[in-house]
Design a protein around this ligand. Structure first.
Ligand SMILES: NC(=O)c1ccc[n+]([C@@H]2O[C@H](COP(=O)([O-])OP(=O)(O)OC[C@H]3O[C@@H](n4cnc5c(N)ncnc54)[C@H](OP(=O)(O)O)[C@@H]3O)[C@@H](O)[C@H]2O)c1
Length: 302
């Protein structure tokens, strides 16, 4: 397979950042960090721009825009407004684009409705794909081949699948495959890097603010059902905060990857839980592969 992110990335002094989902949590922490850097330019976006009031409104280096990732018109309009403000209307170069917007559809898969499941995939996958495509186009067209980084916020849930969140995992797994393919598709000389960010639990209000739930299904209510056991375990973890990362630490890690002047990793598990569980997942896969070696045809030369 062709390598990805082959050259070290140098963050320009007058870097332009574009971040989705800046109303709260990780997006807000990253927007706040970028806004604190004197020469950096920031396009902070949210479904409701009133949620961006925490950013100064008298700084020409900060542009606050409405952006709903599920709407192609909204994404087009945001890129056009950004080009108007930070470009010459036609050429506009976002150096770092962060696809952060997301929510989780949780609950019993059997009772998930068509509308619920499509909305989940539309936000997590198509929203990320839409903004990524705009970003690649804008980065590719820059005459000086300035390149850039696209950070796609996946999750530990993009590496491992747990019970009771099938469509959230589907959306994040889709982001992983899409991102890796795009990273391999761009020409190395374009300097476009892709980084898939995979946090485990982060101390945001994701559970309260960004969790949609399916109707409980009567066949899955018993306390010994895997999804109910996981819920009880996760609720205990959220209450204690043990093993969870601060949103500011996620923001700092993304900033460090962008600014350290080194090769950009394709995957960035964040938090000890993400790193350990991700590693265990791949080790388990290797054992599974060994167990089916004969069936796979290595013995019989299928
Ligand atoms: N918290 C965790 O434990 C954790 C772990 C791994 C990965 N993640 C991922 O991290 C990302 C950020 O989550 P968070 O923890 O910071 O939660 P959060 O504080 O609830 O933030 C979610 C953000 O996504 C935005 N959003 C949702 N749908 C959108 C849409 N259609 N268009 C534009 N923005 C939209 C929300 O905007 P509104 O205010 O308008 O709803 C909000 O700004 C998500 O992709 C999540 O899957 C979180």
């Amino acid at each position: 397979m062709n390598p990805v992110n082959t050259k070290p990335y140098k963050l320009p002094d007058d870097v332009v950042w574009l971040i989705t989902g800046c109303s709260s949590g990780i997006g807000r922490a990253l927007a706040t960090l970028v806004a604190s850097k004197p020469r950096h330019r920031l396009i902070a976006t949210a479904r409701n721009p009133a949620d961006l009031a925490y950013l100064p409104d008298d700084n020409p280096n900060i542009l606050r825009l409405p952006l709903d990732v599920t709407s192609p018109e909204s994404v087009n309009a945001a890129f056009a407004a950004a080009a108007e403000h930070f470009g010459d209307g036609e050429t506009f170069h976002p150096d770092v684009v962060v696809n952060n917007a997301g929510y989780s559809l949780s609950g019993d898969t059997e009772s998930a409705t068509e509308e619920e499941t499509h909305r989940q995939m539309e936000t997590l996958f198509f929203g990320t794909a839409r903004v990524t495509t705009h970003a690649v186009r804008a980065m590719r067209q820059h005459l000086n081949k300035r390149g850039g980084i696209i950070f796609n916020v996946s999750s530990l849930a993009g590496l491992c699948a747990f019970p009771g969140h099938a469509y959230y995992h589907a959306g994040k797994f889709a982001v992983e495959g899409f991102s890796e393919s795009v990273a391999r598709e761009v020409h190395p000389d374009w300097g476009i890097n892709v980084c898939i960010v995979e946090p485990s639990g982060v101390k945001t209000n994701f559970e309260g603010h960004s969790k949609a739930r399916t109707q409980p299904h009567p066949a899955y209510t018993a306390a010994d059902m895997p999804a109910r056991k996981l819920e009880a375990y996760v609720n205990m973890g959220i209450k204690s905060g043990a093993g969870m990362t601060e949103p500011s630490a996620v923001a700092e890690a993304i900033y460090a990857v962008a600014s350290r002047g080194e090769r950009v990793p394709l995957r960035l598990p964040l938090g000890a839980v993400a790193w350990r569980m991700g590693k265990a997942r791949f080790e388990g896969l290797m054992q599974d592969f060994e167990a089916v070696k004969e069936l796979s045809g290595l013995g019989a030369q299928l």
